[in-house]
Design a protein around this ligand. Structure first.
Ligand SMILES: [Zn+2]
Length: 453
């Protein structure tokens, strides 16, 4: 019964001792007859040379520390042609020369891969060293990550920084020179549940195109939509590697750019007016929070406050023009189906964008507004496509957050390959969980319940 409870295949519990200082010692003997087969000649031996004792590390049981002592035999091989003279017993659960049971290795690997632990935490929990725990994790993770990805209809591309940039002062000129600034380009499944599909070091068009080029042609052809931030590098890579896919830009970043432009104009106007940066007490300073709000979310008194403040002088009117420009751009983006609950029409979207350009042209003395208009017109097709399809890069950003969290929990990574493995395992965990958990069968209720009486 103790052997069944201990459940280490091929071994039998002979005795359990309680240690005076707490904890238990489990004495194991070999029960598997295959253990006496010589690895040199595959013949079973019948001659015991001696008994040896090993103490393999094993998973914990219950509250107390359990230490395992395996009493195994050293056999003599008397086959004349066999190079082995003696051999000790081994089991698939405890392979030869291993001081850690396979199930402890699996447990440590699963703690990192599925349990969200760091390698150091898993090593501490299992009583292993960091390299052994890391090896166990790699053994658990690599088969999962090595599988080719299933077809993806909507692909997301985003970047994240690896560590922080390193600078060094130049000895002669005293200027700072960038030593290292490493990035990862990540590819995400936006339409399915596969999470992070892959990463590549670097963030140039070649880096991104390289990853896309090494995917099978059939997989590339299945991609219909690619969502990116407003990043011309990735756009170039997508146009080169996926000529058939529709490119869309993430609208959050479009609005973010417009909000930033409004802030730039406000800061410049305030500096021109007062000859210094804004501070609390300035009327413009009091509405800076309101300017970044969506117009439709302002209460009537807040709206009046903005209009009154900005209408007061020339500088205020400049800020107001930028603010109206931002809202005109948002007008076009707000035609997407998620907001209007109806299918948007391309002519309407382009019409509203035209009215935004018109406004920018009327206020051509505001350089920031003109720059924004130029950027938007460069990305117009991708913006219109995003409004029409409703596709966003939101899932990429969510998974990127996970990737950063992983780096923080690990107190950053030294080895980029380890980082990629850990990040990919973290960003595909939800997909694996949804596949392994069998859905609860819902009970079908039709008509009245039968009367128990
Ligand atoms: Zn032999």
């Amino acid at each position: 019964m103790a052997s069944r409870l201990f459940a280490l295949d091929g071994a039998e519990v002979a005795e359990v001792d309680e240690e005076p200082g707490g904890g238990r010692t489990v004495w194991l003997v070999t029960a598997d007859p295959g253990a006496r087969v010589c690895p040199g000649c595959q013949m079973a031996s019948a001659h015991v040379r001696e008994q040896v004792v090993t103490r393999p590390a094993d998973i914990g049981y219950g509250r107390d520390q359990v230490s395992v002592v395996w009493v195994k035999r050293r056999w003599e091989c008397r086959v004349a042609s066999c190079p082995r003279k003696t051999f000790t017993e081994s089991l698939p659960a405890i392979p030869p020369r291993c001081r850690v049971t396979e199930r402890l290795r699996d447990h440590a690997g699963r703690l990192v891969a599925e349990g969200g632990r760091t390698v150091a935490q898993a090593a501490r929990e299992c009583g292993l060293s960091w390299p052994v725990a890391h090896q166990a994790f790699a053994r658990a993770a690599d088969p999962l990550l090595g599988q080719p990805p299933a077809p993806v209809a909507h692909l997301g591309i985003d970047e994240h920084r690896r560590g922080r940039p390193r600078w060094r002062a130049d000895a002669e000129t005293g200027e700072y020179v960038l030593l290292a600034d490493r990035w990862h380009t990540c590819f995400f499944d936006l339409s399915g549940d596969q999470g992070l599909l892959g990463q590549v070091e670097g963030r140039t068009a070649d880096d991104a195109a390289y990853w896309l080029a090494q995917a099978p042609a059939a997989w590339r052809d299945a991609i219909q939509v690619v969502a990116i931030d407003m990043c011309s590098i990735y756009a170039a890579a997508v146009r080169r590697a996926l000529p058939g896919a529709q490119l869309v830009v993430d609208l959050f970043h479009v609005v973010q750019l417009a909000v930033k432009m409004t802030g730039d104009v406000r800061r410049r106007a305030v500096r021109e007016k007062y000859g210094r940066r804004g501070r609390s007490g300035d009327t413009e300073y009091g509405i800076k929070g309101l300017l970044v709000h969506n117009l439709e979310h302002l209460r009537p008194e807040q709206f009046t406050k903005v209009i009154d403040t900005l209408g007061a002088d020339r500088h205020g009117q400049e800020i107001a023009a930028a603010w109206i420009g931002k809202e005109k751009l948002r007008d076009a983006l707000n035609l997407r189906a998620r907001i209007t609950r109806s299918t948007p029409c391309e002519r309407d979207v382009r019409g509203r964008l035209a009215s935004f350009y018109d406004w920018c042209a009327q206020n051509d003395d505001i350089a920031e507004l003109l720059t924004l208009a130029r950027t938007i017109s460069r990305w117009e097709d991708e913006i219109v496509a995003a409004v029409l399809t409703g596709d966003t890069n939101a899932r990429s950003e969510a998974l990127n957050r996970l990737a950063k969290l992983e780096a923080r929990m690990a107190y950053s990574f030294r080895n980029p390959a380890n980082q990629r493995r850990r990040v990919r395992i973290a960003c595909t965990r939800a997909a694996r969980r949804s596949r392994t958990v069998t859905p609860r069968r819902s009970r079908q209720v039709t008509g009245r319940q039968p009367d128990p009486g």
